[in-house]
Design a protein around this ligand. Structure first.
Ligand code: SAM
Length: 320
């Protein structure tokens, strides 16, 4: 059997009590909402990986095309021997496009989905034996206290997938401020940011013909059923996603197809027919809007790369 490379693992994974607390609070709120980070159990991570292959989901292939084209210029800005810290590293596929040119000495993948993170970082360590690979299972919406990796050179945070769009703009500024602290003055953040565009393209990307995004959305209910004591019919909730032009975001919801009450632990939650659980936002920005947001978090927007159709951007931000 092929020997496996070691991955230094730091485990601060949220436990079932976090899921319980946030689900009960979210369903007690008006309107009802559950944070999107709970999509990502093992099955949720696998479904997201499947979404990335869909023809409607332009984000992944467009961002990967930009990364392939910008990597030489990026390497000139950053220099060798840096530490790459990837937020929401998932399958750790996009970072592979950077490694040969960038030649970092260390990689730290951060993700909330523990088993998926461990499998992805082990694969990365095996495929790049010259790279020191670390993994940290933490919820970065709460903190970014990562293990000390002092041995490395400058820090480059990497936050692809437009995951920053899942945060309300104020929360996004707070998260990026923590990233600015993590990389230190003159450290960098390479971030994927989805851009405002034709509403039909946006709506199609979150309503794919094969129904994978619907399965991903519904998996949240299946996760609640498997991890919390509950009694409800997950099939009575439908996937619903649309672009809200006033807020500048895709909204994803689970719609109750009938009036019903659902039990989770010792609590009952009433739904009227058509009432929704708001499960995700995905904010879309113009380059100027995102530059202002980055500035509020203490970053300068040094370089912005886009695809020819300006669907997506990869931005190199520098901490001031
Ligand atoms: C939209 S996916 C992006 C995955 C990958 N980076 C890409 O670009 O294809 C978001 C990733 O962030 C992780 N994630 C979501 N919320 C998180 C949180 N609060 N803390 C840590 N990881 C989180 C998920 O598990 C998932 O792997």
């Amino acid at each position: 059997m092929k020997p496996t490379q070691a991955v230094c693992f730091y485990d601060a994974s949220p436990d079932a009590s976090d899921l319980r607390r946030e689900v009960l609070a979210g369903l007690s709120a008006k309107p009802k909402a559950i944070p999107p980070k709970f999509f990502y159990d093992q099955r949720g991570s696998e479904l997201f990986d499947a979404i990335c292959q869909l023809p409607e989901y332009y984000q992944t292939r467009t961002e990967m095309g930009i990364l392939r084209r910008c990597v030489n210029e990026l390497a000139e800005h950053i220099g060798p021997e840096c530490l790459v810290v990837e937020l929401g590293s998932g399958a750790s596929k996009k970072v592979r496009l950077l490694l040969s040119e960038l030649r970092p000495s260390g990689y730290l993948g951060i993700d909330i989905s523990k088993e998926f993170l461990l499998a992805s970082t082990h694969r990365l360590a095996n495929d790049y034996p010259w790279l020191e690979v670390h993994a940290a299972c933490i919820d970065f919406s709460h903190h970014l206290d990562v293990p000390r990796c002092e041995a490395f050179g400058p820090r480059l945070a990497f936050f692809p997938g437009s995951s920053i769009g899942n945060f309300e703009p104020g929360e996004a500024v707070r998260l990026l401020s923590r990233v600015a602290e993590l990389v230190g003055p003159q450290g960098h953040l390479l971030i994927g940011v989805d851009l405002k565009k034709d509403i039909r393209l946006l709506n199609a990307a979150y309503n794919d013909a094969k129904g994978i995004t619907a399965a991903f959305n519904r998996n949240l209910l299946q996760r609640i059923q498997s991890e919390l004591d509950s009694d409800f019919d997950a099939a009575s909730f439908e996937h619903y996603a649309f672009f809200n032009p006033i807020e500048g975001r895709i909204e994803m919801h689970l719609v109750s197809s009938r009036a019903q009450s659902i039990r989770i632990e010792d609590r009952l939650f009433e739904f009227h027919a058509g009432e929704t659980i708001h499960t995700e936002n995905s904010y879309k920005y113009t380059i100027a809007e995102f530059g202002r947001l980055a500035q509020q978090a203490g970053f300068a927007q040094d370089v912005v790369w886009t695809d020819p159709a300006r669907m997506f951007s990869v931005q190199l931000l520098r901490a001031l």
